[in-house]
Design a protein around this ligand. Structure first.
Ligand code: ATP
Length: 296
């Protein structure tokens, strides 16, 4: 599990193309994302949202400025070092899952662990726990072509979370789904991410997304021009009745002892979903037994 640390951008500039004649996609962005915080990035087309997400995630090197994660400046790291960091510290969910079509759901979800060197059996075992937690129990062997769009996005969410990242980056994760399915997937993404203690950064055009995030930043012409904080949801009740399935612990699997309340492995206690009515998007039926849900 990666350390819990803020992710900060300082005076971030990104220019595509030749200096002086290229497009300035980021024109000096300052942003700090706290551990466990969920941040929506909104703004008109071309305002720099995806570029900001890619620079924060170390997918793209900034032209100038810094992105600091765990005491390191991503902008000054080599491409190889950034690739390694992305595998261990970050998770990604894209508009359409980008799952590998030839692999079953459990192997798709297990990929980050396998890439990091976890033996296949252990990796797929952890991935299956995640799939069950996200409501896909029994679908582990299905290939992406045998899943609905919403189910495929849940596999992508499992894949993003399976390695216990410090930050999950999602670029229009519901953009290819109908509104209802999209909101279900968004609820699953925000709640499951919150349960692990990871931060979440979502690029979206959907204003409704703010309901699920603790903060929304608005971009225009490569700059953050405003931000809103979402009022904390009312305190939720403990959600899990007895004898529920156990949430997957990172890599090691569940830590529950028979008969004992189940804590979600080494994670911090989950906090309340910001979704409508404070209900559990992952499904109260799947949240770990004994977990007390409190607002952030
Ligand atoms: N690879 C690239 N090469 C050149 N220019 C690019 C590249 N990627 C993005 N841009 C430009 O950078 C600016 C910001 O693009 P970006 O994709 O970050 O915006 P966005 O807010 O995510 O847009 P959208 O909502 O349409 O996805 C735009 O003017 C875009 O044309």
């Amino acid at each position: 599990m990666t350390s819990r640390t803020p992710l900060t951008a300082h005076t971030l500039v990104k220019t595509y193309g030749a200096a002086g004649t290229g497009t300035t996609a980021l024109a000096g962005v300052d942003l700090s994302i706290a551990p466990g915080e969920s941040v929506a990035i909104m703004g008109p087309s071309g305002s720099g949202k995806t570029t900001l997400l890619h620079c924060l995630a170390g997918v793209l090197p900034a032209t100038s400025g810094q992105v600091i994660w765990a005491g390191q400046d991503l902008s000054s790291m080599s491409e190889g070092a950034r690739t390694g960091l992305r595998r261990t510290d970050f998770g990604f969910v894209f508009q359409s899952g980008q799952l590998l079509p030839e692999l079953p759901a459990d192997e798709n979800a297990a990929l980050p662990l396998m890439l990091a060197g976890t033996p296949r059996a252990q990796a797929t075992d952890t991935a299956r726990r995640w799939l069950a937690y996200l409501g896909l129990g029994g679908m582990e062997s299905r290939r992406p072509g045998e899943l609905s769009g919403g189910q495929a996005q849940r596999v992508a969410i499992a894949r993003a979370l399976v390695g216990s990242p410090g930050v999950v980056f999602a670029d229009e994760p519901t953009g290819a789904l109908d509104q209802q399915t999209g909101h279900e997937v968004l609820g699953v993404l925000t709640e499951a991410t919150r349960a692990t203690g990871a931060a979440l950064v979502i690029v979206t055009h959907d204003p409704g997304v703010a309901r699920w995030c603790s903060r929304t930043v608005h971009m225009r012409d490569g700059r953050i021009v405003s931000e809103d904080r979402t009022p904390a949801a009312p305190a939720a009740q403990p959600v899990a009745p007895a004898a529920q399935p156990v949430a997957p612990a990172p890599q090691a699997g569940p830590t529950a002892q028979p008969g004992a309340p189940v804590a979600p492995g080494p994670w911090p206690a989950p906090t309340a979903p910001y979704g409508p009515n404070g209900t559990s998007a992952v499904g109260g039926s799947n949240l770990p037994d004994g977990v007390t849900v409190v607002p952030r």
